[in-house]
Design a protein around this ligand. Structure first.
Ligand SMILES: Nc1nc2c(c(=O)[nH]1)N[C@H]1C(S)=C(S)[C@@H](COP(=O)(O)OP(=O)(O)OC[C@H]3O[C@@H](n4cnc5c(=O)[nH]c(N)nc54)[C@H](O)[C@@H]3O)O[C@H]1N2
Ligand SMILES: Nc1nc2c(c(=O)[nH]1)N[C@H]1C(S)=C(S)[C@@H](COP(=O)(O)OP(=O)(O)OC[C@H]3O[C@@H](n4cnc5c(=O)[nH]c(N)nc54)[C@H](O)[C@@H]3O)O[C@H]1N2
Ligand code: SF4
Ligand SMILES: [Mo]
Length: 724
């Protein structure tokens, strides 16, 4: 056989790097970064490279299987895809008939190339929305403030190629990956870099200014930065006059937020706050990348996100070169054409049955998603309505959601009649399922979420056939959908689905060969490469074609009346995290460390890949970051096993004694080390041994969005007896 060379895209993480896969006889020989992919420009990482090990891994689930022993007993029998789909369809119809569609919950984790098809299958079932996703903590609590304040319905990543000041705020280089090269290149050309993170991260070492706030206090920091910008006249007055709403109220609000007051709350020195504001105000355009650390995973999520968005409104570097680009096509990701949502139907309407929707009304109104703990409660209690069937596609709820014990209690509940899990491996949740379905990974499939790159579509192509009967997730939705309602699922295969989307949503009609060969397609009007700037002044952002931003008032909203409707202060304010030294001094006495969890590591994607040697080798054991002064006081040495304990439970980790984390704070990374790695002889810690979510409460949460404090709660560190 000759060596086949395939250009495609790694979709393991959201960086979506271009890949060149060399294969022979369906074996991956080597993988290279694609130098022509305009965003990753040849970069590739260890997780992506280990696709070769994943493709051949002996523990992959490669056939549909049904449980034959007790739930969780590990006894499985191979079945055909036809039997699997027929059973799933029969169960769907039976449960829908008996209890209503809302007794079925479909779950996904992070976006993995098919958010839209997931929503479509829900519509086919008779559900509206996403059903169960971690969007109460994942980026949505940042996207919603962006949408309400700036009219940008996206995480809003800045134009680092052209910025003069770059701000990485609560965002890890690990997650940005290939974009970090752009940041460093741009710094080499003279741009400044500000990093705001609770850890002194690798990229922080290159920063011109590094701020290390107390977890959960970024809202106070943002208010104080605005205080300086306004007091020193460093904001864009002309822009503010012409394009914003509520400036006077914002100015009044931030008046009391002196750097000295913020310093007390945030632990960031006052002079550093002033220097940050001055750099932002004097060295524009400023490009921000704001992520999970700022708001999303705190009980004050929405207000923190709002304050950060308002800074960008004051600076006015929006839709300009080097500022915050506004893409026209992102919303396509959940376009009604695919999701089959009726745009005339208000997602917040009382008759839309969404678990947790009455408590977390803003969450319901924007994502139509259910609040996780309300789902688990409904399973356990049957109230406010029963939940009988759960289908998880690319999601391990035990490792994903806060308050793991409640999640586990629900998954073990006899009330659940049918659990399906579609995954690569037997995750802790898959082990509890009634049916498991095999899945193909990125080198083994033809599909991608075409709209994830700013103003560009990049095509993918299968490099090798998947092992056994592993199916692309797209194909699973298609075949399940066909059985339920063929009219809504008219395509022959995934390739047709990709081409349909290109035609219907991107306006590009082409054959599969043209799609693969074309590789990189510009989405700019007329196909031109240079973006169109200041679209707001040209009437290109609003549905009514009028100049302005895509907000309720058409202006950048410093005052947001929509938020008032959901019970928030319409002007951004700082609220202390629900569990903290200040809010709960009693708890703090017993649990004297602030706990932040989930920072990303270079290997592993969420809880996946601790069984893959090339990735596990880099981080063999679970660990917790602890400052040398704190370790010293506790008599803990580097590498020693400790328990991290909270009022919710405890987990094990090796102490990583380091100045990366400040005094009084400890950090547990995301993975949870659930799987053993046989090749390296390293153990797995299952669903609860090292899973940070065991420690995190679901409540109290952000008042109307339900964000849990994954990145700001309290814990204590206890020395452990010797452990292997
Ligand atoms: N404490 C804490 N918890 C967190 C976070 C945190 O920072 N701290 N982060 C949260 C965030 S932002 C998110 S988005 C969630 C993510 O949570 P999830 O996306 O649910 O991640 P996992 O828990 O790893 O479960 C994903 C499962 O899907 C499988 N999988 C991966 N890719 C595919 C695929 O393409 N197809 C199929 N069928 N299966 C696949 C993996 O093997 C894995 O078992 O976690 C959240 N949980
Ligand atoms: N390798 C890898 N890449 C990933 C993922 C993965 O699991 N592994 N997950 C993907 C997903 S779903 C998502 S949503 C993105 C998330 O991407 P990021 O948002 O970058 O994820 P994190 O690393 O959890 O958090 C960002 C940073 O916030 C810091 N931080 C924590 N608390 C605070 C705080 O209170 N204030 C401030 N200023 N900083 C704080 C953390 O130290 C961390 O450096 O990553 C994606 N990319
Ligand atoms: S896993 Fe690595 S190679 Fe793959 S998209 Fe992410 S950064 Fe790129
Ligand atoms: Mo996420």
């Amino acid at each position: 056989m000759t060596v086949k060379v395939t250009r495609t895209v790694c979709t393991t993480c959201h960086a979506r790097c271009g890949a060149i896969v060399h294969s022979e006889d369906n074996k991956i020989l080597k993988i290279e970064g694609d130098p022509n992919q305009p965003f990753s420009r040849g970069m590739f990482c260890g997780s992506g490279f280990s696709e070769r090990e994943i493709h051949e891994h002996p523990d992959r689930i490669i056939y549909p299987m049904k449980r034959v022993g007790e739930r969780g007993s590990g006894k499985w029998e191979r079945i055909t895809w036809d039997e699997a789909l027929d059973t799933i369809t029969k169960k769907t119809l039976e449960i829908k008939e008996k209890y209503g569609p809302e007794a079925i919950v479909t779950g996904q984790g992070t976006g993995r190339t098919w958010n839209h098809w997931h929503c479509r299958i829900n519509s086919t079932i008779g559900l509206e929305g996403w059903s169960l996703v971690p969007t109460h903590v994942c980026l949505m609590p940042h996207i919603i403030p962006n949408a309400l304040t700036l009219g940008v319905f996206s995480a809003g990543s800045g134009d680092f190629f052209n910025a003069n000041t770059m701000v990485l705020w609560g965002t890890s280089a690990t997650a940005l990956r290939s974009r970090i090269r752009t940041v460093l290149d741009r710094q080499g050309q003279g741009a400044k870099l500000i990093v705001i993170d609770v850890r002194y991260t690798d990229i922080a070492k290159s920063a011109d200014i590094f701020l290390q706030p107390r977890p959960g206090t970024d809202g106070a920091l943002a208010l104080s930065i605005m205080h300086v910008l306004i007091k020193e006249g460093l904001y864009d007055k002309e822009f503010v006059d012409k394009w914003t709403y509520g400036f006077d109220e914002l100015a009044e609000r931030v008046k009391t937020w002196t750097p000295e007051k913020a310093a007390e709350i945030t632990w960031v020195p006052a002079e550093d706050i002033v220097a940050t504001a001055r750099m932002m105000g004097q060295n524009g355009p400023v490009a921000f990348n704001i992520s999970l650390g700022v708001g999303c995973m705190h009980t004050n999520a929405i207000q923190n996100g709002r304050a950060a968005a308002c800074i960008q409104g004051l600076l006015g570097h929006i839709d300009v070169k080097g500022g915050l680009p506004i893409a026209l096509q992102f919303s396509v990701m959940l376009d009604d054409k695919i999701t089959l949502w009726d745009p005339k139907k208000d997602p917040g309407r009382p008759d839309l049955k969404v678990l947790g929707g009455d408590e977390y009304r803003l969450y319901k109104s924007f994502g139509r998603s259910q609040w996780p703990k309300a789902v688990w409660r409904a399973v356990i209690s049957g109230k406010p309505w029963p939940v009988k069937m759960m289908v998880f596609i690319a999601n391990d709820p035990l490792l994903c959601y806060e308050e793991t014990k409640t999640t586990r209690e629900a998954l073990l509940s006899k009330n659940l009649e049918f659990i399906v899990v579609k995954d690569f491996f037997f995750s802790p949740t898959a082990k509890l399922a009634d049916m498991v379905l095999p899945s193909s990974d990125w080198a083994e499939r033809d599909t991608i979420d075409e709209e994830l790159f700013p103003n560009t579509v990049i095509s993918t192509e299968r490099a090798v056939d998947p092992p056994g009967e592993c199916w692309d997730d797209w194909k699973f939705f298609l075949e399940w959908g066909k059985r339920l309602n063929p009219e809504q699922w008219p395509w022959k295969d995934e390739k047709e689905m990709v081409l349909w989307r290109m035609k219907e949503l991107m306006g590009m009609d082409m054959t599969w060969e043209e799609y693969v060969k074309g590789a990189y397609f510009s989405m700019e009007p007329g196909g031109k490469k240079e973006p169109t700037y200041q679209k707001y002044a040209k009437g290109m952002l609003r549905k009514d074609g009028q100049p302005g931003f895509n907000t309720r008032t058409g202006r950048i909203e410093f005052r947001c009346d929509t938020l008032a409707h959901f019970g928030y202060d319409p002007v951004p304010d700082y609220i202390e995290p629900a569990e903290s030294p200040i809010s709960t001094p009693g708890v703090f006495k017993e649990y004297p460390f602030i706990l932040t969890t989930g920072h990303r590591l270079y290997s592993f994607f969420h809880s996946a890949w601790t069984n893959i040697p090339a990735q596990r080798e880099l981080y063999p054991y679970p660990f917790v970051l602890i400052n040398p002064a704190d370790a010293n006081q506790l008599g803990i040495t580097n590498g020693e096993w400790v328990s991290v304990e909270s009022p919710r439970g405890k987990v094990s980790a090796k102490a990583h004694v380091t100045h990366e984390i400040g005094k009084g704070v400890v950090a547990l990374p995301r993975p949870g080390w659930r799987d053993d790695c046989k090749e390296l002889g390293l153990p797995g810690y299952g669903w609860d041994g090292a899973n940070p979510n065991v420690l995190i409460p679901a409540e109290p949460a952000d008042p109307s969005f339900g964000s849990s404090p994954m990145k700001s709660s309290l814990c204590r560190i206890v020395k452990q007896e010797i452990k292997s």
